[in-house]
Write a protein that binds this ligand. Structure first.
Ligand code: KIV
Ligand code: ZN
Length: 391
């Protein structure tokens, strides 16, 4: 056991027998973030990085949406990655053909199934939408491709109709069904119930795709896995439409470090990947972003700094260390700084103040912090040399 005392150890043992696959849609749903266009060569770099990270599938784009998207999906499919490369398609033949032209491994085909989306977007009856979905899945399978089907807006779709369409696409040869919470209206308890009931009524592999409109995308994705979903769709840094998608790093670390599930992710590359996507998407992440944010393993207050310097688990989760995710622990000096933190930073460069000198340095550090400044190493060394310089 890894010591998360609030989580059921028996359940954790069972979880450790399940490997949850990670479907990354940074280059498709992530690129749908308003105002984001990732340049062609950067998409290729991101795809290679995602492969190094160990994701199981990469949704490389929506080939019919633009010639540029089609070109990049094609190039990514040619890279010979370990991950499956997937292209998105509406339930129309020309979209699927565009994916096939790119020679992807998998086609992800979707059709709106909630009444509101079906009536106001594709203007088809329930029966017409079901028949179209079946035809599309049969078409994809007849060309020898893996097929993922998404009943779009599944979480606002009439349950009986949802089961009917899933059973129909399963019979048509569909490999996996994605359950999109397209407008992010689920909560963990409703997600749990939905996935359990779907599994009971239509037995197929399930994937979950959560949007973050109420800030619940990560929690809902994790709960879907607890309920039996086999795969999660995520984006790096949680970028995506409106409030974004579930975040790869946060979902993976919670699934593995708290619940004890297995994934194929090489977690030590999470921060490197996050920084790359931050740079190429132009979407700056807040320092307090969990896992990969600059403050995720930073400590300023004297009590916390002294604690983690003595034993890191005191003020960190313990089951997730900075090294596990490619981060470093930082002791930040500011108005909350304590003696241990200042002394450690000084001793690290061979400066050994007396008790009185240390007290004086600490007072000056707190004065700088009170002026609203973070104390940089340069500030500390200027202060230390002034204090140590006077006799
Ligand atoms: O949010 C959504 O419903 C989607 C689908 C294309 C799966 O992104
Ligand atoms: Zn989406």
């Amino acid at each position: 056991m890894r010591g998360v005392v609030f989580y059921d150890p028996e359940q954790e043992k069972q979880n450790s027998n399940r490997t949850i696959t990670i479907f990354d849609t940074t280059l498709r749903d992530g690129e749908q973030t308003p105002g984001v266009t990732i340049p062609f060569d950067k998409k290729i770099e991101i795809a290679s990085q995602l492969d190094k990270l160990g994701v199981d599938a990469i949704e490389a784009g929506f080939p019919i949406s633009s010639p540029g998207d089609k070109e990049s999906v094609k190039r990514i499919a040619e890279l010979g990655l370990h991950a499956d490369v997937c292209g998105l398609a509406r339930s129309v033949i020309k979209d699927i053909d565009a994916c096939i032209d790119c020679d992807v491994d998998m086609v992800h085909v979707f059709i709106p199934t909630s009444d509101v989306q079906r009536e106001y977007t594709i203007k088809k009856t329930r029966e017409e939408a079901l028949n179209t979905a079946v035809e599309m899945v049969e078409y994809i399978k007849s060309h020898g491709f893996k097929c993922m089907f998404s009943p779009m807006d599944a979480t606002r779709t009439d349950f009986d109709y949802l089961v009917e369409i899933i059973k129909a696409v399963k019979a048509a040869g569909c490999d996996i069904v994605n359950v999109p919470d397209t407008v992010g209206v689920m909560v963990p308890s409703s997600t749990y119930e939905l996935i359990c009931n779907l599994k009971k009524n239509a037995d197929i592999k399930y994937d979950i795709h959560c949007h973050n409109d109420f800030g619940l995308a990560n929690a809902n994705s994790i709960t879907a896995v607890e309920a039996g979903a086999d795969q999660v769709q995520v984006t790096v840094n949680g970028i995506g439409e409106r409030a974004g998608n579930a975040s790869l790093a946060e979902v993976v670390m919670a699934l593995t470090s708290i619940y004890g599930f297995k994934t194929n992710i090489n977690t030590e590359y999470l921060t490197e990947t996050s920084k790359m996507v931050e740079k190429y998407s132009g979407i700056k992440m807040p320092p307090m972003m969990p896992v990969c944010g600059d403050n995720a393993f930073s400590h300023e207050s004297g009590i916390h700094s002294q604690g983690v310097l003595a034993k890191s688990d005191t003020f960190e989760p313990g089951v997730m260390t900075p090294e596990m995710v490619g981060q470093k622990r930082r002791i930040v000096l500011g108005k909350h700084a304590g003696r241990h933190a200042v002394l450690q930073n000084l001793e690290a460069v061979g400066i050994r103040p007396t008790e009185d000198q240390l007290n004086e340095i600490l007072t000056k550090i707190k004065e700088i912090g009170d002026r609203g400044k973070t104390v940089t190493d340069a500030d500390l060394f200027v202060v230390a040399s002034v204090v140590l310089g006077k006799k």
